[in-house]
Design a binder for this molecule. Sequence first.
Ligand code: UPG
Ligand code: MN
Length: 745
Amino acid sequence: MALQTNNSNPDDHPLNLFHIKKTSLIINRLYILFHSIAIILIFYFRTTSIITILNSKSQPLIPHLLIFISELTLTFIWILNQAYYWRPITRTVFPDRLPEDEHLPAIDVFICTADPRAEPLLGVMNTVISAMALNYPPEKLCVYVSDDGGCHVTLEAMREALKFAKMWVPFCNKYGVSNICPDSYFAGPEVDEVVVDSDDEFTDERQMIKVEYESFAQKVNRASQSASCISNKDHSAFIEVLVDHESTHDETKMPLLVYVSREKRPSHHHHFKAGALNTLLRVSSLISNSPYILGLDCDMYCNDKNSARQAMCFHLDPKLSSSLAFVQFPQTFHNVVSKHNIYEGDLRCIFKTLWRGMDGIKGPCLSGTCYYLKREALYNPPSTQKDIKLEELKHCFGSSNEFISSLSKKYNGKLDCQKDSFYESLQETKHLASCEYENDTKWGHEVGFRYFSVVEDYFTSFNMHCKNWSSVHYMPSRPSFMGSCVTNLNDLLIQGTRWSAGLMEVALSRFSPLVYGSSRMSILQSFCYAWLAFFPAAFVSFWILSIVPPLSLLNNVTIYPKVTDPYFLVLVYVFVLSNLQHMREIHSTGASLHSWKHEQRVWMMKGITSYLYGSTHAIMEKLGFKEASFLPTNKVTNEDEEKLHQMGIYNFQTSSIFLVPLCSLVMLNLLAFVVTIIRITFYKVYINEVFVQMFLTFYVALMGYPLLEGMILRKDKGRIASNVSCYSLVFSFCIFSFGKFLVTY
Ligand SMILES: O=c1ccn([C@@H]2O[C@H](COP(=O)(O)OP(=O)(O)O[C@H]3O[C@H](CO)[C@@H](O)[C@H](O)[C@H]3O)[C@@H](O)[C@H]2O)c(=O)[nH]1
Ligand SMILES: [Mn+2]
């Protein structure tokens, strides 16, 4: 392992180090070499066999062409993907070498919530409270909550949260509690690791706080059940700095808490989360204007109090600082069932492998949450122009003089609530949070979080990287943030569709990473961004590979080399090698090999549905037939669902638009496989000719086994309804009948 310093502190005490993962690097590059050779051989086989067919007309051409298209698509995506494996690195930090507290920069925490029904208030409040308990000087922390639901109950809950935090934060500090999220702390083991045994004072105090937490939780839950707890999409801006008048003496010891609900009108496009974040950016600039921002989703609480200091080890590193836009921590999830991770909800590969690979190039992509971002990176490129005219600034940032003067101001403490100017500023923040503020400005286009795509995180960081900003991925052993991952097929596929739509939209636009990115960043970096944008295109291969082989089998058409053909060995080699590499990658991230099966299955299910629908959505949007949409994932847990998830059983309660294609294709493949087996045994068809096709249909049927089980064997609520099975049967029959012409032409 090569150790390199990132920092030129004269005393040789760097704030951080990075390590190139040498062994992985060598294995990855060798794999790329060997796999590429095999791909070239397969392409040679395909082109020669297509030419032969063209000349001799001895076999149908279409199936060969289709398979070639699917191979080309997969190869394109594979090539882009290899950029992540080129130079993986890991990092270490030394927070005890940071400057004294008074020299640390301030941080604004942005928490977004959108729908009190789908995002339980108690969870949101736990995120808020955990952020207030971060191990960072409290006068340098400001917590902003953006309530896109515009729901008064959220504000009420925040008032209660502030009261509770006033007990919770001192408690955490006094006893060095590391689990600063009250809900997960009280759900965990009795005693915190730092506290000495038989400490009566601690036990008493813990008990007292526990009672307080329970009463707080009850109040919040009761409020969220009330009728007024619904989204309001038509209201003016409302901003409140929460000041608790009851206890004033410890006021200074608490981070400031601010509630922001931007103006919403049905006629006005509000740009989802990116719009909410830009409002927070402007509003906070008049209140605290901290140079750094911690971005959190409402379901991601802080699980380690030290993350802010860890992030500062990069942001304050003199070598990195000037070009560093953000430090990204991986998203981790508390409800992953490691043995039965059937929905691959932890996005293991992204956070543990891909982002590390990008980190070795110029830094990972922004992930929407768990990042410490430099405010300036959202305003300007690293080389700030000095003498810009006021008119130009207004054209860019909007009409507010106060906001514009905040651009050049440094953080100098929070607003003083006692002064008159405080109320003036508060008035101005309402203007900044209004619908019209962004009209004819560059917000969302060149300034702030970008609106172009619903995956605002991806597109915003793509723009920052294009402007030569860099980023850092830091993965400490104790997860810094914890969220809840998807626990049912419906959420998985809806989320997958949203991501595919947002990413494909970028892929098909003038910002396409291979075109727009390649002149602005290194080839490898543009490949990483391009892979993210183009991976939904894999739906082409998934559909072809699950339709053409079974149809060819059923119609006695051969499309793959015989077992005795040398090219057969090449196919086997590609299959085995790529799966071994996948398994090695899983193993290197410490996950169990069960993940291999689950990841393949989820990839297939998403590939057939989400990738297709997302890509179609992106194309329709481009043609002007559809509008972007952001359906937040559901965060309400339900006991039955939880039970199924724990046992590793799929919950198929989802729309038939997802289920019918999946079930039909699995049925079709199973049918083709069974028919071929019968033919081989009874009619002496030679296995030699059909082996590859037969193996593919077997593989699809095997991967789709849970679907078959859901249709035939299961009786519980999460099974596949019989009408869905019927539609699927009809649909697979249609594919069979029409497909006959396709593969025999
Ligand atoms: O109009 C909206 C819609 C969503 N949100 C918030 O955005 C966050 C993310 O939404 P969620 O439903 O949890 O989506 P996920 O698919 O889980 O989010 C992932 O994908 C998003 C991009 O699609 C990123 O923004 C997220 O950070 C990332 O975790 C939540 O806090 C929401 O409250 C808003 O504030 N306003
Ligand atoms: Mn989420």
